[in-house]
Design a binder for this molecule. Structure first.
Ligand code: SF4
Ligand code: SF4
Length: 288
């Protein structure tokens, strides 16, 4: 069985408890305007070009099977990225066998200790649910703790497949108004909230993540509605992720339209306001 991965992060400290290895799956059903991993949205391999690193040596063109001719579309083979010595061309997306993914995930096992483990993230790992479930099962069999970082927009079957082998879901909640959710992410929120409710009803361990996007979801009304909904879910923790626009360079490198909002100067104030409001609702909210 093969999966499509776009990256691996070792010694990760923000993708669940303890020290973790995070495997980033490629492909996402949402297209959030503020997405920090735009390279994770397409289900196909893509090559990004970081012009500031290019020295004009021409090795990429020479390696390309069709010499990068405009008349022939890029097939995402990655030969140009392999030939580039400066990192100006980078391939996102590589097909990988289950055994190899398992080997990568186990490499740093010694550092996981009592709390760490392996997190499947993306993109959206549940778009490759069968591969994700098989990898989680193999990790569990070896005594490794597992987590899935999900946007929640997946068929319920994907949760059923992964739940027996997943110790923790890191679950994103973005907006309580479905139409606003659709305008900003391409999809309504009904399936996401339904999946979250069902996961909670089945007793899954859940930590919520709220990307705090200025002028989108950080107003009092939405935060109050979010807090009221989350009280019924009873998550272990709620983490606020303050917006930043560091990923803007990746949009340019991928040739995608830059949809990221500007980062306001008062982001810290907005964050503290949101923290105080949700704390005031007796929710286990934090930011690190
Ligand atoms: S191989 Fe890399 S450095 Fe050389 S021209 Fe291509 S992108 Fe630029
Ligand atoms: S990914 Fe392959 S087809 Fe696309 S530009 Fe690079 S070498 Fe050419």
């Amino acid at each position: 069985m093969n999966g499509l991965l776009m990256d691996v992060k070792r010694m990760a400290v923000h993708d669940g408890p303890g020290l973790r290895t995070t495997l980033f799956f490629k492909g996402c059903p949402l297209s959030c305007r503020w997405c920090h991993n735009p390279e994770g949205q397409s289900v196909k391999p893509e090559v990004a070009f970081f012009g500031n690193k290019c020295i004009g040596c021409g090795r990429c063109r020479a390696a390309c099977p069709h010499r990068m001719a405009d008349s022939e579309p890029c097939v995402g083979c990655g030969r140009c990225a392999s030939a580039c010595l400066t990192g100006a061309r980078k391939l996102y997306g590589r097909e990988i066998a289950l055994d190899e993914a398992l080997q990568i995930a186990l490499e740093d096992r010694i550092f996981y200790g009592d709390t760490g483990g392996v997190t499947l993230s993306g993109g959206e790992p549940l778009m490759q649910a069968a591969f994700a479930a098989a990898l989680l099962e193999a990790l569990r069999e070896r005594g490794v703790r597992t987590a899935v970082d999900t946007c929640g927009h997946a068929p319920w079957k994907a949760f059923e497949e992964t739940m027996p082998f997943c110790d923790l879901y890191l679950f994103d909640v973005k907006h309580m108004d479905s139409e606003k959710h659709r305008q900003a992410t391409g999809q309504g929120n009904e399936l996401i909230l339904e999946n979250l409710t069902r996961l909670a009803e089945r007793g899954a361990s859940i930590q919520i993540r709220i990307p705090l996007i200025p002028a989108f979801n950080d107003d009092k009304e939405n935060l109050r509605r979010t807090g009221a909904f989350l009280r019924s879910i009873r998550p272990e923790k709620i983490k606020l992720l303050p917006y930043h626009d560091a990923a803007r360079v990746k949009y340019r490198a991928l040739g995608k339209a830059d949809t990221m909002p500007a980062r306001p100067d008062d982001m810290a104030i907005r964050l503290n306001r949101a923290l105080a409001l949700l704390e005031g609702m007796n929710l286990p909210v934090y930011c690190d």
